[in-house]
Design a protein around this ligand. Structure first.
Ligand code: AP5
Length: 191
């Protein structure tokens, strides 16, 4: 299995690039944001609780997202590998993911981390908020709260994988095609 983490702050292009990468490499896309929005759309108890947290720009509790990822891994036994998008987002999630993959005799091959400046992130998300219907994109203070959560809790995930020499930084500003080519080169050198 080839397992990849696409990492970066809100609006850095993880979802955009994931779509192209899964098409090229045949990986299973696991986005905790998408899984949570699906729970919200179905109005499950989990979704109703998660929405309250997401609308404030804060992170959903670790046990909730780890449970979702654990089920998703178990339900996809035969895939070539996973592309994790928006997960892990805390050091505890990273440790849990390593344990889950270890049970499958697998591991993370690489974390590709998209680097984008804060004002560009805010600009992209405000623009997307005009049409996306995502309640966490419509308010600049919520967008900035998401970025603050990233700095306070999520950058620790890159530090966690750096100790195993698994992190490569990628310039996340520029054309979508150029960024895709940079990501592909890194994957091709490891796959
Ligand atoms: P999640 O759904 O993961 O959202 P996010 O991290 O905030 O990221 P986005 O989807 O907003 O951005 P992206 O990096 O995917 O960029 P995109 O490609 O869409 O999380 C939402 C919430 O769920 C969290 O706040 C949290 O509450 C909860 N959650 C999720 N996972 C969790 C976890 N593991 N633990 C706890 N809580 C969790 O691009 C953004 C925009 O920019 C698009 O409009 C796109 O068209 C545009 N764009 C992309 N690339 C470019 C480019 N190169 N140039 C110009 N524009 C571009």
């Amino acid at each position: 299995m080839f397992n990849l983490i696409l990492f970066g702050p809100p609006g850095s292009g993880k979802g955009t690039q994931s779509e192209n990468l899964i098409a090229k490499y045949g990986l299973k896309h696991l986005s905790t944001g998408d899984l949570l929005r699906s729970e919200i759309a179905q109005q499950t108890a989990l979704g109703i609780e998660a929405k309250k947290v997401m609308d404030k720009g804060e992170l959903v509790p670790d046990e909730v997202v780890i449970g979702m990822i654990s089920s998703a891994i178990d339900n996809n036994e035969t895939v070539k590998g996973f592309l994790f998008d928006g997960f892990p987002r805390t050091a505890a999630q990273a440790e849990a993911l390593d344990k889950l993959l270890d049970l499958k005799k697998s591991s993370i091959a690489v974390m590709l981390a998209l680097e984008v400046g804060e004002e560009e992130l805010v600009k992209r998300l405000m623009k997307r908020g005009e049409t996306s219907g995502r309640s966490d994109d419509t308010n600049e203070s919520v967008i900035r709260a998401r970025i603050t959560e990233y700095h306070n809790k999520t950058t620790a995930v890159a530090d966690y994988y750096k100790q195993f020499d698994k992190v490569t930084m990628i310039k996340g500003e520029g054309s979508i095609d150029d960024i895709f080519n940079s990501l592909s080169s890194e994957i091709d050198s490891r796959i």
